[in-house]
Ligand binder design. Sequence first.
Ligand code: DGJ
Length: 329
Amino acid sequence: MWAQTDTIKPSAIWPDTHGGHIQAHGGGVIKVKDTYLWYGEQRTRDLDTAYRYVSCYASKNLVNWTFKGNALILTRPDQNLRNWVLERPKVFYNKKNKQYVMYMHIDGQMVDANGQVNTASGYSYARVGVAVSNRAEGPFKFIRTFRPLGYQSRDIGQFIDDDGSAYLIFEDRPNGFHIARLSDDYLDVEKDVCLIPEHMEGGAIVHYKGLYYCIGSLLTGWTPNPNKYATAISLAGPWSDFKDIAPPEQRTYGSQSTMLLKVEGAKQTTIIYMGDIWKPSAQWDSRYLWMPLHIGDGQLALPQPRPWTINVKTGQTNTSQPAGNTIQH
Ligand code: DGJ
């Protein structure tokens, strides 16, 4: 027996349909037919530390999620890599060949010619990894790691435009924030569409009523900071100055951006801010902050988090209910 709820409760434990706290950190959501798929970092305790894991959850309503298993179980992708991490996986669905293509941030330290771990930061590898599957839930087959267009790449985000073209957003420490178009098969990063010379991570973009909105966080590791947004008529820019998405002293209500999800319903289009509330010393217990944004006419604001409901068919949300109904199964 587990209690399913119709309410999204920011920062609370978010049980999947088996009762476990959802493990999909730094994740992304895509919709394929009428199913939402949420991929993210699997950080359950007691995992085999020889591997890194990407989880897959499925939902029809964005509230109740079924664990579909670990879509990717990855061994060390480079023999010279040590203390390695897999972060912020994002999956694109390529309608042309019905293939799921996963991007992820792969990082860690390298060993030098003498077999010694270099003293540089634990995040000196700075690459993306790519994996593919013909099934949403995997297993994904790992292909390779690379530096997109030759640049360092740490946090990644994904954006799919209204015409179906797919973009990787990646943080390049020396230069800034790239928006780069994927190749037709999504297996490569083909073209830099824009380099925003801001040092920001957790990048996400949405297209809403003729305007692109881009958000990201400052570079403060796992510690929350005031996330910011800018707007542009074209992905190529020019982008406006970056402004706070919430009162800066709230530090994005303790969260960090990972995605902007557009829900186009019959009555309303809702843009959901998806953020992570990281717990660096207990990552399995990291929480989620999802809230419908106040957005339009070039303004974007993350409201004070509180429980809310969404009807994905109409696109309508309700944030007035303090608690929400509980359905027993
Ligand atoms: C902030 C990033 O956004 C996270 O994905 C993670 O890489 C942490 N930094 C590590 O400190």
